[in-house]
Design a protein around this ligand. Sequence first.
Ligand SMILES: *Cc1c(COP(=O)(O)O)cnc(C)c1O
Length: 356
Amino acid sequence: MDVLYRSTRGAKEEVTASQAILQGLAHDGGLFVPTEVPQLSCDLRTLAGMNYRELAYEVMRLFLTDFTEEELKGCIAGAYDEKFDTEEIAPLVKVGGAWHLELFHGATIAFKDMALSILPHLMTTAAKKNQIKNEIVILTATSGDTGKAALAGFADVPGTRIIVFYPKDGVSPIQEKQMVTQKGDNTLVVGIHGNFDDAQNGVKVIFGDEELEKELDAAGFQFSSANSINIGRLVPQVVYYVYAYVQLLARGEIADGEEINVVVPTGNFGNILAAYYAKLMGLPIAKLVCASNENKVLYDFFRTGEYDKNRPFILTSSPSMDILISSNLERLIYRIAGADAGKDTELMAERSKSGK
Ligand SMILES: *Cc1c(COP(=O)(O)O)cnc(C)c1O
């Protein structure tokens, strides 16, 4: 079955997975969502016998249906290699009575490496498949970790350039040093006056500028995104939830079909959305627990049903969670609004007008 992607704000146009990855954000400002979330194709016991790369292929091929087996396996092999300091890629360990999935074994020690080490491969493969002659310019807003992981992933990748925007006073000193010392002839880092939401809004405005798009095209460039608004970020993240579950199964920690709860520290709502997609695919997940820091706009939303970003933006010691406008929440809203693009557009317009 082919999975196509459509915008959360306009149901008409459907694009392939590779086109959605190339574009990043839909032209109407919406986010690409799969027309249908695919179901896991083989039983979990079979998946439990696979290593991370094999499992990644089994899960990702269901979403990225216009990639050939050779293309996708090539992307996976190029991503999950010695850049990770463990063959397991995402080890599952028990600490204090709870299981923890270690997602920090990649090149920049941020969990973002899980997706950003494969995104450049997906992007360049997608460009080839779609006969794109333009150079791809990745625009990325970061609250700290995405920037470095994206820079590391795209540095010196032929046919791409990357520009990262970060809040000058909103990332940790280490994160800033990680970014501004990045090597690569195609990388650029910009500190902005403002917070993460300002950086992300600015990037979205650039994406929506059709005049600029034409001008760039004439000069041989086109924009894409390395933020989790890009479906190419989300799909690789679904993999490790399936991996964690089947690891528990393989070790006899859970019985067949037994449900687990998943707790995710949340900022832009990408990581926990990937867990939700895993659940929709048939992975036995009972509860998804959305953990926030003091910028608890999502916590309040799930408690009260009201999203209200009219509050002070607090700089904390966990800057990657300092976000008041969580982009990926739109994908959940769209779904629970009955895949109704009109309703979603209305709610998003209201949120941008009143902040609620
Ligand atoms: C990115 C990040 C988060 C937030 O993840 P989202 O997918 O944006 O919700 C939380 N913690 C750390 C350390 C991060 O790097």
